[in-house]
Write a protein of this length. Structure first.
Length: 141
């Protein structure tokens, strides 16, 4: 178990937090950083050292910066599916977050969305052959 494992698992478990941090949503960075430390504790069976904690935060922050620069395809951070440029989805609420079709159907913009009764996938628009749908939501499979 390594710091990098904790970083990657945190990103996979909390896909909505990275774009929330990139969008500078209040408390999003604190939530992401805390979840990274909690994930490390779960994996290692102990609290991280000061150096490990800082390395977790650094790894999470680098992932946010990569997302902000467009240096990664967003689903590489969550499900690992490649994004088909001809058929994918966009969440304009999350500043143009690009998602594969599977993630688009389950996407919630923030961790608060589920508790507020939001329906997964209704905040995204389907993109086919470069044309963005005029309506929100993803058709079922």
């Amino acid at each position: 178990m390594s710091v990098e494992d904790a970083v990657q698992q945190t990103i996979a478990r909390e896909p909505a937090l990275l774009p929330a941090v990139a969008a500078r949503e209040p408390k999003a960075w604190g939530a992401l950083a805390a979840r990274g430390v909690i994930t490390f504790r779960e994996l290692a069976g102990r609290a991280p050292s000061e150096g490990e904690r800082r390395a977790i935060w650094d790894g999470l922050w680098r992932a946010v910066e990569d997302l902000s620069r467009g240096a990664v395809r967003e689903c590489d951070l969550t499900c690992g599916h490649p994004i088909d440029e001809r058929h994918h989805a966009l969440c304009e609420i999350c500043d143009g977050l690009r998602l594969c079709l599977d993630c688009a159907r389950t996407h919630l913009c923030t961790s608060a969305c589920a508790s507020e009764g939001c329906v997964p996938g209704l905040c995204v628009r389907e993109v086919r052959e470069g044309r963005v749908a005029t309506s929100f939501g993803m058709p079922s499979t």
